[in-house]
Design a protein around this ligand. Structure first.
Ligand SMILES: Nc1nc2c(c(=O)[nH]1)N[C@H]1C(S)=C(S)[C@@H](COP(=O)(O)O)O[C@H]1N2
Ligand SMILES: [Mo]
Length: 386
């Protein structure tokens, strides 16, 4: 089947599923064959609600095609809205406790190298029923370390703060007082993490300059960490000795968990950093009498052992990894062929297991997590087989 044929088949499949038909690029090949139809999830509305504002977009996980999310479908969210940054006059400023303060244009950064990074991530607030705040991208840019080495960090530096061009008023609660100050969106990395191999300054996604949604002209990507670390519209990097305690570092992005430590339940408040081991069922489709199940897994980059699926009260069964999503920080896709499904309602649930034997928890096992971020619980999906 030619590309056009496949596109037509995709449109047919999507039309059956009642989804939109707008502008599929040629490289976006359908996973659904002509006679393959989506099996609706009972916990998911048939048409996804539009984003809360035009600036928020969820990915309809039922449309996932391996391996990358098309840039115009990449999920997107932010706190203040979109700042206007002119990429032609843009300069990244690197200052604070450095030997040589820098002011770098996109051309300067491109001249430092065109490295590629495959990284998928989710918002730490991503959860059931949509699971739509996650995507996978092929980014082009420069390792953060190259820029920091060019600036030269003073020995006293312990923290690097990354500010976006977006700003807004934030309430800072101090004892009985609430003080409102305008500030830029900011996140930080400690010195070792910032100088490690992973953090990356990206100016392109899918081979094209970043769109304003994904942080044009420049953003930080911390592979294996939740989305909030990936500062969009990056404008300033500040090297400092003190820990950064800004709103989006110290207050909004925290998890409160009860943990048994030395036999006592202690309440631990931790910043949102590395992604917790997670998988979810993205699509169930039917071809003839057979069903295909697509699963997505994300974590901090620790190699996965397997993603298993359980149907009703059956045993956990292994699924098959998609060979196009094996790079370390890519999201991982897994397929399972479900044969002999009987008519009626069925509950399907997946769980990821990494090479260290860590198993994705059930929601009961997360009962001591009191804040909603970092919900990596197993997510049962209910489908009706006809
Ligand atoms: N400058 C800036 N960067 C930001 C944010 C923001 O509000 N401002 N939001 C963060 C959050 S919470 C997430 S989940 C990701 C979303 O990135 P995306 O829109 O490319 O998917 O951006 C992060 N980077
Ligand atoms: Mo987020």
């Amino acid at each position: 089947m030619g590309v056009t044929g496949r596109r037509e088949a995709l449109k047919a499949g999507m039309a059956v599923a009642g989804l939109g038909l707008v502008g599929f690029p040629d490289w976006m090949l359908p996973a659904l064959a002509q006679d393959e139809v989506l099996v609706p999830f009972a916990d998911m509305p048939p048409a996804l609600p539009p984003g809360r504002t035009p600036l928020v977009r969820t990915l309809d996980v039922r449309t996932i095609r391996a391996p990358f999310t098309p840039p115009n479908q990449f999920y997107t969210i932010q706190h203040y809205g979109h700042p206007t940054v002119d990429s032609a006059t843009f300069r990244l400023s690197v200052g604070g406790l450095v030997d040589t303060p820098l002011s770098l244009s996109i051309a300067d950064l491109r001249a430092m190298g065109e490295t590629e990074l495959v990284a998928g991530f989710e918002c730490s607030g991503n959860r059931r029923p949509l699971q739509g705040l996650s995507s996978n991208g092929r980014w082009t840019g420069v390792p953060l370390r190259s820029v920091l080495e060019r600036a030269g960090l003073k020995p006293s530096v312990r923290e690097l703060v990354f500010f976006g061009a977006d700003r807004g008023p934030e309430n800072v609660v101090f004892r009985a007082e609430t003080i409102t100050v305008e500030q830029q969106f900011g996140r930080s990395l400690d010195r070792d993490k910032a100088l490690s191999d992973e953090p990356f300054l990206a100016y392109a996604l899918g081979g094209e300059p970043l769109t304003i949604h994904q942080g044009s002209p420049l953003r930080l990507i911390v592979p294996g960490w939740y989305g909030v670390s990936n500062v969009k519209w990056l404008s300033h990097i500040v090297a400092q000795e003190d820990e950064y305690l800004g709103n989006f570092q110290a207050r909004w992005y925290r998890t409160l968990r009860g943990e048994m430590i030395d036999g006592e339940l202690r309440w631990v408040e931790a910043a949102i950093t590395a992604m917790q081991l997670k998988s979810f069922i993205a699509r169930v489709s039917k071809v003839g009498t057979q069903h295909n199940v697509l699963m997505v897994a994300l974590n901090d980059g620790t190699p996965l052992e397997t993603v298993e699926i359980k149907i009703d009260d059956g045993p956990w069964q292994p699924s098959t990894p998609d060979p196009s999503t094996t790079s370390r920080f890519s999201w991982k896709l897994f397929n399972f062929t479900w044969s002999g499904a009987t008519p009626g309602e069925h509950t399907l649930v997946s769980r990821a297991i990494d090479v260290n034997g860590q198993v994705q928890p059930t929601s009961e096992e997360l009962a001591n997590k009191k804040t909603f971020l970092e919900d990596n619980s197993q997510h049962p999906r209910v489908v009706t087989v006809t």
